[in-house]
Design a protein around this ligand. Structure first.
Ligand SMILES: Nc1ncnc2c1ncn2[C@@H]1O[C@H](COP(=O)(O)OP(=O)(O)OP(=O)(O)O)[C@@H](O)[C@H]1O
Ligand SMILES: [Mg+2]
Length: 314
């Protein structure tokens, strides 16, 4: 299937069958960790974090694999599905621990027939609570859960310090349940529909989760935060490493002197000259170069330039 039959810009409707997607763009998504190739020193940092029960703070440029590391660790060590907390400036610690839908509960109580006569009978709080990713990761368990706290540098200024306090103690309270008449209350976890009994609103972890925090370095963190983490900076990839990465993703060897090997060499040269480029840009270009129905000649060169454009600027 040649892609020259896709959009041509003549405005005439046509039925087009798209070629198979690149392996990393198939849905539902395949496990992300299998193709990851750890850069030198990363396995030591991961093992130190696991051994010392400390969060791992990964810094480095966009597309250097920071968010993918935990997928591989979790799959390899059978820590279960990764719990994900993606931070923005609006994220709060309270939301990451447990969300309470107070308005929903009020509505439900009003809609119950006879609610005015016997309010106590309609006081079931459980459906209106849901643990967040951090709250779920800290539930008592035999084995540690895997928790990704993604883009921690985008958070509100105070959040990293507040977070440290919870991680230091490995416990938290759900205020609505501390005051509640019933105990335990079954509360739904973050991933899936499983409910977890919470006693008197208190949660204490028994196996400290494996936590990866990622940062693009948009902000410096205070020393008390840094000293409690194991830190690792994703290094600039080398020629040899990128060959392994491309081969792992495309499922074929990178032939010496071939177009993909040339692409990798020029990619590494540009990185070392200070350009900002991400591994997935390289993967997209390598996919086009290895596709037998892909573009050829001048068109191919134009497309590779389009795909591997520097990330700085528009
Ligand atoms: N060492 C590697 N081995 C295999 N694949 C990699 C490697 N590094 C990056 N990739 C691939 O590059 C893509 C981008 O990785 P990822 O999203 O983890 O980067 P990131 O550092 O979190 O980027 P951002 O800062 O933009 O969030 C993924 O598809 C990942 O599989
Ligand atoms: Mg990321």
């Amino acid at each position: 299937m040649s892609w020259t039959t896709y959009y041509v810009g003549d405005g005439r409707p046509r039925d087009v069958v798209l070629a198979d997607p690149p392996p990393w763009r198939t849905f539902p998504r395949k496990p992300l960790g299998t193709q990851f190739r750890p850069p030198q020193g990363l396995t030591d940092a991961v093992n130190a974090a696991l051994h010392l029960r400390r969060p791992l703070l990964l810094t480095g440029p966009a597309g250097s694999g920071k968010s993918t590391v935990i997928e591989q660790v979790s799959a390899e060590l059978r820590l279960g599905p990764v719990l994900r907390w993606h931070l923005t400036s609006r994220s709060t610690l309270a939301d990451a621990l447990c969300r309470y839908d107070a308005l929903g509960r009020l509505h439900a109580q009003r809609l119950q027939p006879g609610a005015g006569d016997a309010p106590a009978d309609h006081d079931d709080i459980a459906p209106f609570l849901r643990l967040g990713p951090l709250g779920t990761a800290l539930l008592p368990s035999e084995r540690p859960r895997a928790l990704l706290i993604d883009e921690v540098d985008k958070s509100d200024l105070d959040l990293p310090s507040d977070l440290l306090d919870v991680l230091e103690r490995g416990e938290y309270e759900i205020p609505e349940l501390v005051r509640h008449r019933h105990s335990p209350v079954p509360v739904r976890g973050w991933a899936g529909d499983q409910h977890h009994p919470i006693e008197r609103g208190r949660v204490q972890c028994t196996a400290f989760p494996f936590i990866v925090m990622t940062s693009n370095g948009e902000r410096d963190f205070p020393a008390p935060f840094l000293r409690r983490c194991i830190r690792y900076r994703m290094p600039k990839p080398t020629d040899a490493m990128l060959r392994h990465v491309v081969a792992a993703h495309l499922g074929c060897d990178v032939l010496e002197g071939g177009p993909v090997a040339e692409l990798i060499t020029s990619f590494v040269e540009r990185l070392h000259a200070g350009e900002s480029l991400a591994v997935d840009q390289l993967l997209n270009a390598a996919h086009l170069l290895t596709d037998p129905d892909g573009p050829q000649g001048e068109q191919r060169e134009r497309l590779v330039r389009l795909l591997v454009r520097e990330l700085a600027g528009d």
